[in-house]
Design a protein around this ligand. Structure first.
Ligand code: G1P
Ligand code: ZN
Length: 557
């Protein structure tokens, strides 16, 4: 007996507009009847028939609600004439693994169930994100189309009696309305492991660890637990206790699965004991990473991607492909620019969000890129890749036979140092946050603003350039406006303001501070001390404290 598909009447919900990285909302919002179905239907409809007879990849970070939503997506994929769904075991796939699998099996796209680093559990967030056939996050043209479809949706299609077993690896065949429909449940790690095994020299990393480098990897109860255990312990021979918080939990153990100095402070404390020479943490869905050296030595993400760029020859993949170009998001500190200048690579500055790197990679203009928000990756896939970054660092440690700190010191001595910090003000009221941004926009739009001076202590900053960042994609000429207000001073220091596009309630103000120093006497100074006058200047010119009522940020990185 074929399984029957049905059309279900529905009505639009407000606010189903994907942000920087998909649709993210509190679980309570996603739990409303038909809310999830509407968005999934809009996503499938936006594929414009390309899903018919094609393969779709489905996976997520294990957060609360994912089990229910996995089944809903498979049932709706079948009713929307997808021929085959490849899904991770129990729905689990890291975001980089989804990108890898889309590319490997030439799928028409993938649906990722994640709210990334946002907290999970019944009172946390859920999210759904669509990736296209190149393995990367859907560009704005598609996310806008999805949004448009959500505003006028009248029905969705599903196959309610389709009940595949998503717990067991294997292939299941179904007859759906007299069409063949296949569900292939795959081991969450296997395809990803095969890929990184080809990119890196596992032998040299294994040797590094057996020579005595003690590492600790914190999966923060997100999806990366099984990846970390399999790759670091089973494949690379690290002892069992090298991988911590490796059991994926629906609420990430009650924590905020974001690998930064605030939310991964337990890892920082552990590293401060001086037992381990290398530490790393991932976010809920495994695309972000934080790198630490002995005694908690923190590598800023802006430095991390630049160090990898400067040492690309330590990685077999780059030996083969060469470095085609480098890129960073606009607010990311300029360390990568210095590598590009000195080594003669093309450099691109794109808006915040990984989706802007994809076109450059597809056009063979970009090999390595990063964001200050703990995102690092290359053109091996079309997502940032936390575990890839860790393997890149271990490859560099193995080749250079130096500590993390020594590598950074050598780097700063050669290229100079960009001191960087980001202040986040989370959950601010939307109105004053918008007011602040519109004041800033007005301020920088005035041509008389250039040349204005700000003083703090014995420091004076004179405005050299100011705008609301606008990006024209060099490949398809698409234009993205209002990507963040940036004020660049005559000494090259920058302050940048933007509102988060991934928050689910209120507004999050991000303030980014970047200042270059080439004086070798100052390279070892503490970033917060060096940047203090610039931070105060930024607070003063934006009137952030006065407008938002917030005296201190929620998170400083
Ligand atoms: C944040 C980061 C951005 C990153 C995105 C997805 O977006 O700032 O760099 O690409 O998360 O991980 P935001 O909340 O700032 O819009
Ligand atoms: Zn993430």
């Amino acid at each position: 007996m074929p399984l029957r598909c049905i059309a279900v009447q529905t009505k639009p919900f407000e606010g189903q507009k994907p942000g920087t990285s998909g649709l993210r909302k509190p679980v309570t919002v996603f739990k409303q009847p038909q809310y999830t179905e509407n968005f999934v239907q809009a996503t499938l409809s936006a594929m414009d028939g390309e899903q018919e007879g094609a393969t779709l990849i489905v996976g997520g970070d294990g957060r609360f609600l994912m089990k229910d939503v996995s089944l809903k997506i498979v049932q709706m994929a079948a009713a929307n004439k997808v021929q085959k769904v490849i899904i991770g075991q129990n729905g689990l796939l890291s975001t980089p693994a989804v990108s890898c699998i889309i590319r490997k099996y030439q799928a028409a796209g993938g649906i990722i169930m994640t709210a990334s680093h946002n907290p999970g559990g019944p009172s946390g967030d859920f999210g759904i994100k669509f990736n296209t056939s190149n393995g990367g996050p859907a560009p704005e043209s598609i996310t806008n189309k999805i949004f448009q479809l959500t505003t006028k949706i009248a029905e969705y299609y599903t196959c309610p009696d389709l009940k595949p077993d998503l717990k067991t690896v294997g292939v299941q065949e179904f007859d759906v309305d007299n069409r063949n429909f296949t569900v292939q449940v795959v081991d969450s790690v296997e395809d990803y492991l095969q890929m990184v095994n080809e990119i890196f020299d596992f032998g040299s990393i294994r040797q590094l660890l057996s020579d005595g480098l003690k590492i600790v990897i914190n999966a923060m109860h997100g999806v990366m637990g099984p990846y970390a255990k399999r790759i670091f312990c089973e494949e690379l021979g690290a002892p069992e206790d090298s991988c911590i918080n490796c059991e994926p939990k629906e609420d990430f153990g009650g924590h905020h699965p974001d690998p930064n100095l605030t939310y991964a402070s337990d890892l920082v404390d552990l590293m401060k004991q001086g037992i381990h020479g290398f530490g790393a943490a991932f976010d809920g869905d495994g695309d972000r990473n934080m790198i630490l050296g002995k005694n908690g030595f923190f590598v800023t993400p802006s430095d991390s991607v630049a160090v990898i760029g400067a040492n690309a020859k330590c990685i077999p993949y780059f030996q083969k492909t060469g470095v085609k170009g480098l890129a960073r998001s606009m607010p990311t500190a300029g360390a990568l620019d210095r590598v590009a200048n000195i080594e003669g690579f093309e450099l691109f500055e794109v808006p915040t969000g990984w989706k802007f790197f994809g076109n450059l990679m597809d056009a063979d203009r970009l090999s390595l890129c990063g964001e200050e928000s703990f995102g690092t990756g290359s053109d091996h896939i079309r997502e940032k890749d936390g575990l890839w970054a860790v393997l890149a660092w271990l490859s560099i440690l193995a080749a250079r036979k130096q500590s993390v700190k020594e590598i950074l010191n050598d780097f700063w001595t050669k290229y100079g140092r960009n001191f960087f910090t980001r202040y986040d003000y989370e959950n601010v009221e939307a109105e004053p946050a918008n007011q602040m941004m519109s004041n800033l926009r007005q301020m920088v739009a005035d041509s008389g603003y250039i040349g204005k001076e700000y003083s703090h202590g014995d420091k004076t900053y004179k405005v050299a350039k100011a705008d609301d960042f606008c990006y024209t994609d060099p490949i398809d000429s698409s234009v993205s406006q209002k990507q963040g207000v940036r004020i660049i001073f005559e000494d090259g220091s920058r302050v940048i303001f933007r509102l988060s596009g991934t928050g689910s309630v209120g507004a999050t103000v991000r303030m980014y501070i970047d200042s270059f120093e080439s004086d070798t006497a100052k390279l070892q100074l503490d970033a917060q001390v060096v940047l203090k006058p610039l931070v105060e200047t930024a607070l003063q010119l934006s009137q952030l404290r006065e407008l938002t009522g917030r005296q201190e940020p929620t998170v400083i990185t």
